[in-house]
Design a protein around this ligand. Sequence first.
Ligand SMILES: NC(=O)c1ccc[n+]([C@@H]2O[C@H](COP(=O)([O-])OP(=O)(O)OC[C@H]3O[C@@H](n4cnc5c(N)ncnc54)[C@H](OP(=O)(O)O)[C@@H]3O)[C@@H](O)[C@H]2O)c1
Length: 278
Amino acid sequence: MRVVITGAAGQLATQVIQFLEQGHEVIPFTRAQLDITDLAAATTIALLEPDLIIHAAAMTNVDGCALDPDASFRVNALGTRNVALGAQRCGARLLYVSTNEVFDGLGEEPYWEFDQPGPLNVYGRSKLAGERFVQQLVSRSYVVRTSWLFGGDKPHFVSKVLRLVDENRVLRMVSDEIASPTYAPDLAQAIVALIQTDAYGVYHLVNDGGCSRLEFAQALLTMAGRSDVELVPISLAEFKRASTPPHYSVLRNFAGAQLGVVLRPWPDALADYFRRVR
Ligand SMILES: NC(=O)c1ccc[n+]([C@@H]2O[C@H](COP(=O)([O-])OP(=O)(O)OC[C@H]3O[C@@H](n4cnc5c(N)ncnc54)[C@H](OP(=O)(O)O)[C@@H]3O)[C@@H](O)[C@H]2O)c1
């Protein structure tokens, strides 16, 4: 299979490329090589005649999105339209990576693929607009929602917390933002399994279970042997930032599970991350 990948230098894409390179022709595009906000990106992609496009490029700085909504929609919505147009022109299948932040987070039960989105913030609204372009323009498409990625080559929550405790014995952590931590290599493997099927549609691919930022930090500090660090719970309202994340956005993988595409519980994935980095 010939596979084009956008956002190729990103945390997730680098993992997907590693899995796909065994057995497929992979054509990775970094932002420098292909800016998806350029309408010509559609032609560039179509001329390559891929069988599949994995669209992982995005403006992922959620606070940056809140501060610059135009940029957020230019990349996440219109940029995704350009990639979808490329897929449409050459008849390629398309996998788009989306987010837990398409939900309002007012629920108390995990969101499954059939729940209505209702994003609260610019990032979530722009990613949802991207989902809609994909669904309108490409019938053979997968929308894969995920959350709280860690374990890739770029800085992520786990590496950032560990860096913070180099200088601080006390950390303030949010206790009322709850979602599903997801190990980037596990998600990459699940995506590679999903694209072997023709079961198009929406998927929630996250490591199983959910926790607050505080519980995630507690778990990772214990596994890192840093139980000496004191964690002080704070609320989302006390944590001043440009973007407001949903309070509760744990995702339930229902559709993927029907195909046997399942991810292990997040604490097991976190333990594996620490085994690998040591
Ligand atoms: N990280 C998470 O916790 C998380 C959670 C839920 C969903 N997601 C979704 O998962 C996907 C992958 O996320 P990630 O964590 O791997 O993100 P990432 O590390 O930020 O990678 C995204 C990549 O997209 C590139 N990009 C940005 N604007 C672009 C443009 N105009 N044209 C082409 N490329 C552009 C970025 O390049 P530069 O580095 O040069 O800007 C970056 O390499 C995204 O769709 C994201 O929305 C992520």
